[in-house]
Structure formats: C-alpha cells, structure tokens
Design a protein around this ligand. Structure first.
Ligand SMILES: [Zn+2]
Length: 472
C-alpha cells in the first residue's frame, strides 16, 4: 500500500507506538559507537545519535536533548552498520521497535532477529558527490528527501556544536576515566605489540599528542582507511600508558570522521592556530628575553606619561589615572580556572564558579538572580626600573564595573570551567606575562581616594599582537 511506503521524519516517531518499522526511517548520524558484541545476550549492538530537520535543537521536545538515540541490535554481525563518518544518513527498514524514553533522550531500540532480509539498512553520504562510496537513492521520492536532509545537515553543522566534547589529550591524561576527544591524524603505521601487530595512529590536538593502538585485525575489519590529516572524534578511549602517551579504545570505542565544513572543525583549527601563535611568541621571548625587553600590552592613550609605581602609591592626589610599566612577579589566584568569577550587581558580591554554572549567566548564591561573569585577578608587580627592589605592589583587574574588561585580548569573561578554549588561552597569557624580560604597560585607576587605596587596571589590552621590543 502507498501509505506504508511513506517517508516519515523523526518527529513522527515521538509518539508513535508502532512495534515494527513500516516505512523507511532516516536519521543524520552525529555520533555512533562501533558495532560491538555483548556476550551476555550474544548480540551485536551499536548505539547512534541521530537528528533530522524535525529533531534539532530548536524543535526538540522540552527536556530532551536534541537528538534521538537509536540502539540497533542483532545476533548477526553484518546486520549492524559500522558508522565512521559524522553526517552519514542512515535508512532503517523492517526492524522490531521498542521505545525507551529516559530523562536524557528519546530512544528507539530497533532489533532484527530471525529474519534474514538482506536490506535492513543503508548508509548515504552527507555529500551527494561522494555517492559513489555509498548507497544511491532508489527513487525520485527518496532522492528528494535525501536532498532535504543534506541541506539541513550542511547548515546545522556550520552553526551548531553538534558534539559535546570538551576534553583534550592533556586533560584526559590527568584523569583515569574513559574519554572522547577531537584530534587530527598526524601519522599511521604498523608496530609490533605482544605476539601480533597493531596500527599506531599518531593523533594530535593543540595540547599534545597520543598514540592510539588498534590491533591489525580489528583495524582491517572495523575501520576504513583514514586520510592523512583527517579530523577525527575518538570515542570511548582511555590511556593504557600515560607516560608513553599510548591510548586504546574500549570494545564500543570508535573513530568518527568529523566533517571539515563544520563549526567543530573550524574551532579545532582556530585553537591550534591560537596555540601555535602563542607558542611562537613564548619561544621568541624565552630565547631573547635574557638580553632584550618586551612589552606585551597596548594602552588606549599612549600619550600618557609613565609614573613610577612607588609615587602613585605614596600620593594622595586624586588623579584619575596613571600609566605604569611593571613586570609581573605573580598572578593570583594561582588556578587560572578561578580567574573568572560570578558577580551579582544587586548584592555587590562575587562568587566562585563551578562546572555546573552557566558559561556567562550564573545564578547569584545569595539572591539567586541571574548574575554576570567577570575577571577578578590580582597582579603582583614591581616597577620596571626597580628589578632589585623588594617592594611588590598589588594591582587589581576587577571588571565588575566594566573597567579593564578588554585586558585579555578583548575576550569576554566566560566561566573557565565551561570554556576550554579561553582557559587554554589565559594559561598561555599567564606564562607570557610572568616570563623574564616581559613588561606590562598599563593604565590604572584609583579604586578609592584613601591612602593605601587599590589601583585597578583599565584601558589595557594584552595580546600576542601587542608584543613589542622596548628600545628606550
Ligand atoms: Zn545577588
């Protein structure tokens, strides 16, 4: 019957109670485990996260994360697809359905058993031009529907963070748990391990490198040939030997190719670039800092004359602002994660943030209203002419009143327990600011008119672009 062959979208399955797939079901895969064997019930399983134009962030039912979980089960291995590319479109047919709705997602379990129907699923590529490597549309209706899905995929991947992977190779190394991480393949080769051979995939991200070992047989059976320099999501990995940077996959662990035309890829390469630029500047200063002096900041008004820091702390004059050139002995708090705090303007109080707090709008601990995020840092400095003096002064970077909020390369303050990119960038700026031979040109304002008042940094920007040798 015509009706049975009608294509339905994911939203149609939200309240459907059917126990068998009638028409074909299509989903765009954003995440997938490898197909793996579950010994306790002798079944092969793969777990996928799928979306479509009816099941995305904007339209998903309240309380559900914006994907549908698909669990595919069969006692025959080849019944289970082995998905390797994010953005692949899967078409399912003929399975028995069971709905599992949990708090986190809407899930469908699709089981093929007994039946030996050959055509249980098909995989289509997200790019029509790659069709020679994948299935082809069987008719005009399917071709039209695939075009809709592909158009949606393209804009969705360009705008949405469809993967929630905040880990880096270095962060994962410091924890014992399994992890997912986005990396670039740098090199692949065979190595001898135990009695056999393993593939050694050298993986890199902006924080470091690791060697993923996969036994040769598993590689041949379960993984495609990967292009050199492919961008990959490594899923379900753990460190086997942290000292040698060797990682391995769990039985469901997977390697998924991340599309280059996506915001995830753009972010990955931006981070790498940022890190490389920062590293270049650091290396230069480390090499030359013993004989040369550098300033790493720019001030809004370069016509201001330099004041000796001692004089401004001694003065009671209510002068609005001073220009200082100092070198930074230390920065507090020690843990860069704590450089960004929550601040409630109503209670006039700042508070520590946790990884549960929103990136930019945490809740005030006292009045529970929406608060803002600010930088709250102390710089312990000496005057640049006075390296041998014992006198250390404290300057504040407190951006609660908007002053100094461009200090870190114009980056807005974001909860650093939620923003890995900014955290890495500030760590690099911390190293830069405290390096030998590095000076900070800054403008400060008195926070109160009393003696021993605090001085607050304002109108000052630190960035790699501002690094200049001081000649005078
Ligand atoms: Zn409050």
């Amino acid at each position: 019957m015509v009706e049975e062959a009608t294509i339905r979208c994911l939203a149609d399955y939200e309240h459907s109670s059917e126990e068998r797939l009638k028409g074909p079901m299509y989903g765009i895969v954003v995440d997938a485990t490898r197909r793996f064997f579950k010994p306790h019930n002798s079944k092969y399983v793969a777990s996928l996260k799928v979306i479509d134009h009816t099941w995305n962030k904007a339209k998903s039912p309240a309380g559900f994360v914006p994907f549908m979980k698909l669990v595919l089960i069969s006692s025959v291995r080849d019944d289970i697809p082995n998905i390797k590319t994010i953005g692949s479109i899967i078409k399912l047919k003929d399975g028995a359905l069971k709905r599992i709705n949990d708090m986190k997602s809407s899930s469908l379990m699709c089981t093929w058993d007994g039946a030996t129907a050959s055509n249980k699923w098909e995989l289509f590529s997200s790019e029509p031009e790659q069709e020679e490597k994948s299935a082809k549309a069987s008719d005009a209706q399917e071709e039209k529907y695939l075009a809709t899905l592909r158009t949606f995929t393209k804009s969705y991947f360009a705008e949405q963070y469809f993967l929630d992977v905040a880990n880096t190779l270095t962060m994962a190394k410091n924890s014992d748990t399994e992890f997912d991480v986005i990396v670039r393949l740098a090199k692949a080769g065979l190595v001898s391990e135990g009695d056999g051979k393993s593939f050694d995939l050298k993986l890199v991200d902006h924080t470091g490198k690791a060697h993923l070992r996969i036994p040769q047989g598993v590689m041949a059976e379960e993984f495609p040939k990967l292009d050199n320099s492919a961008l990959l999501m490594v899923k379900g990995a753990r460190y086997r030997d942290a000292k040698e940077n060797i990682i391995e996959l769990k039985d469901y662990g997977n390697l998924l190719i991340v599309p280059v035309a996506s915001i995830i890829a753009t972010r990955f390469f931006e981070l790498t670039h940022l890190y490389n630029e920062g590293t270049k500047v650091e290396q230069r200063i480390t090499q030359e800092g013993l004989t040369k002096s550098f300033t790493v900041s720019q001030i809004a008004d370069p016509t201001l004359l330099l004041s000796p820091i001692k004089s401004i702390f001694a003065s009671t004059e209510p002068l609005p602002r001073y220009r200082l050139r100092v070198y930074v002995v230390d920065i507090g708090p020690k843990d860069v994660h704590s450089w960004v705090k929550g601040y409630c303007a109503a209670c006039m109080k700042s508070f520590d943030l946790t990884d549960q707090d929103e990136p930019t709008q945490p809740k005030c601990l006292i009045c529970e209203k929406e608060a803002q995020t600010i930088f709250q840092i102390q710089l312990f400095v000496k005057d640049w002419k006075d390296r041998d003096s014992d006198e250390i002064y404290k300057l504040m970077l407190y951006t609660h009143n908007g002053k100094g909020n461009g200090f870190f390369d114009h980056e807005p303050a974001v909860n650093l327990r939620r923003d890995q990119r900014l955290y890495q960038k500030l760590k690099s700026m911390h190293r830069l600011l405290t390096k030998y031979g590095v000076y900070l040109d800054c403008v400060v304002e008195r926070m109160s008119k009393e003696m021993n008042a605090y001085f607050q940094v304002c109108d000052t920007v630190v960035s790699c672009d501002c690094v200049r040798e001081i000649k005078d």
